[in-house]
Structure formats: C-alpha cells, structure tokens
Design a protein around this ligand. Structure first.
Ligand code: NAP
Length: 304
C-alpha cells in the first residue's frame, strides 16, 4: 500500500479532488507522488485512486465534472476508451490514440469541459532530453508493442531524430498496427519489426534500447527481454520502463557491460510532473517528490 503521511496536509471544504481512474489501482504510486507535491506546494487538492469497474468508465468520467474535480489520471485498462469521452484532445493524445490525463476547464458561462492529454510521452522523454544528442542519428530498439510502446515510439520519432527504429515484438501484427498508426510521424526514419530471436543485430547496434514489456517486473524479477548481455556495450543507453524493482535484470546486465541505464521511476515522475503542471500551472518539485517516493519504496520493499 502506497500510503503517504502528510502531517501538514489540510483537507477542508475547499479542497478539490484529483482522481486516478483505472483497474486495478490499489498499488499505484500516484497518490503518494501527487499528495506529496500538494503538501510541499500548499495546493488545496487531494489525489485519490478509484478502481473503476468495466462499464462504469463513462459515469466515472462524467462524475469528475459533477464533483468539481480539478482533473484525473487514466491508467490501464482505460487509456484508449477514455479518449472518446473527452470534449477536446491535445494533438499528441489524438495521434497516440490514448490519454492518461484529464483536465477540467470552464467556459465563460461556467460549463465544464474535459480535455484529454497524454503526458506519458513527456514522462518517457524527461530523462533523455539532456542526452538527446547522443541518440540523434543512431538506432533505437523498443521491446514490446503495447500501450507504453505507443508513447515511446511517438516520443522517439517526434523528438530524438534516430536513424532507424526497431520494434521487437512477440506479436508482429500488434507491432504492424502500432507503426501504421504513426505512419505520418514515421516518415522521418524507417521503423522495422523483428521477433526476439532475430533482433540481435539491431540490439547490438542500437544507441537507445527501451524495454516496454513487463519482463523483469515484480514478482518475476529474473525475467529480461534480452538475456544475451554480450549485445550491450558502453555506447548504449538502456532504459527500462519497469519501475518495480528499480534495478531490473536488464539494467544490471547492461550496466555490467558499461551501458548507461535509466529506470522506470524517471518516466513515472516525468509523466506525473507534466500532469501536475496541466492541473495546477506549477512545476512539480521533482527532486523532493523523488526522495519521498524512494523512501516509501524502500519502506515497503519491492513487494507490491
Ligand atoms: P501492455 O499494453 O500490456 O503491453 C505489453 C507489451 O509487452 C506487449 O507488446 C506484449 O506483447 C509484450 N509482452 C508481454 N509479455 C511478454 C513476454 N513474456 N515476452 C515478450 N513480450 C511480452 O503494457 P504497457 O502498458 O505497455 O506496459 C508495459 C510495461 O511498461 C509495464 O511493465 C509497465 O509497468 C511499464 N510502464 C511504465 C511506465 C512508467 O511510468 N515507468 C508507464 C507505462 C508503463 P503482446 O502484444 O504479444 O501481448
């Protein structure tokens, strides 16, 4: 359980809700992240997690307006379904075809409008922006072709100017569909598909390797999308979106061969920071929030 002790947090009649909509949500770190930020900045809001059952998504989303919420996050399995319930969408959300953030705006006559955004892209990119020059013109490999891979592929194509991208997927049809949905963005460089047993060359030659599969996630921590560590080297950046555990088998293997590694906590914090700005107009105090998050993870161990 991700409890946050906010001794100074005052919840009163003016306090406005922000809600995480998903299923399951019991083990989410988002309440801890956002409530820590509210407490640090004196924002009069409270972030709650709501496990919404299948069929109840439209009522839950409509309820945000009715309850005067500031906004919401949307997580698995509703990121795509929620998109159709928005009054307006950011360009990124439209292209990606999924939202993770809802912000409630009010027209001059007080009518509430729901805007859907996708801050997963900003979250994914946040630890890469200061090293983007080292990726430019190189190869990128993405393991997986699911929801997170959509945000990763969009971010890579839009911001990192790679020479080529390879999606490594066990289900090539899903990878085909992913690439087809970014046909316009993918104009800039070739995007190939490989199976896990045919991807050695692109993996070995890649400057950036991203794990967007759950392989290595608790409780199957021994798993890795790429067991052959001889493919890794010092010129590479290996980025695992898995954040529990923070040090995955993939990152340990890559690090042992001299690669730079990034764990999924950075994307988690990055997407939260971008949502926080949409809701409050403020910059999240990311370093302090990271400290609180890592302390909480340490206190609970890796068991989620
Ligand atoms: P998803 O939509 O279920 O997609 C998972 C992808 O991994 C699919 O392409 C799936 O293949 C593939 N996959 C699953 N098991 C596999 C296996 N044993 N071998 C090979 N491929 C396998 O999940 P997601 O939402 O993209 O999430 C993926 C991971 O990213 C999760 O660990 C999640 O926690 C993490 N994530 C982290 C953040 C963050 O903020 N750090 C944000 C989002 C997601 P099929 O298509 O064949 O099923």
């Amino acid at each position: 359980m991700r409890d946050v002790v906010c001794a100074d947090m005052k919840i009163g009649a003016q306090t406005r809700p922000v809600v995480l909509i998903g299923n399951p949500v019991d083990h989410s770190f988002s309440p801890l992240i956002h409530n820590t930020a509210y407490e640090l900045q004196g924002v009069d809001a409270v972030y709650l997690a709501a496990g919404v059952t299948v069929g109840q998504l439209p009522s839950a989303v409509r309820g945000l307006k009715a309850l005067g919420a500031i906004g919401a996050n949307v997580t698995i399995p509703y990121k795509q379904e929620a998109l159709a319930l928005m009054d307006e969408l950011s360009e990124e959300a439209t292209t990606i075809g999924a939202i993770n953030t809802i912000t409630i705006h009010h027209d001059a006559d007080g009518t509430a409008r729901l805007r859907g955004d996708n801050t997963d892209v900003a979250g994914f990119l946040s630890p890469l922006m200061e090293i983007q020059e080292t990726i430019r013109g190189g190869g990128v490999v993405i393991f997986g072709a699911g929801g997170a891979a959509r945000a990763v592929l969009f971010g890579v194509l839009s911001w990192l100017s790679p020479a080529s991208v390879t999606i490594v997927a066990r289900n090539p049809d899903r990878a085909e569909a992913l690439i087809a949905s970014f046909a316009a963005t993918a104009d800039t460089c070739p995007v190939e598909i490989e199976m896990f047993d045919t991807a050695r060359r692109p993996v070995k030659e890649a400057r950036l390797i991203v794990n967007a599969t759950p392989l290595g996630m608790y409780p199957r921590e021994a798993a890795t999308p790429w067991p052959d560590l001889t493919a890794f080297g010092p010129q590479q950046i290996v980025y695992d979106l898995v954040y529990n555990p923070q040090s995955t088998q993939l990152l340990r293997d890559a690090s042992s061969r001299g690669a730079t590694t990034i764990n999924g906590i950075e994307m988690l914090l990055g997407q939260a920071a971008a949502s926080h700005t949409l809701w409050t107009g403020r910059q999240m105090p990311v370093d302090e929030v990271r400290d609180a998050l890592l302390k909480a993870i340490e206190a609970t161990g890796t068991a989620v």
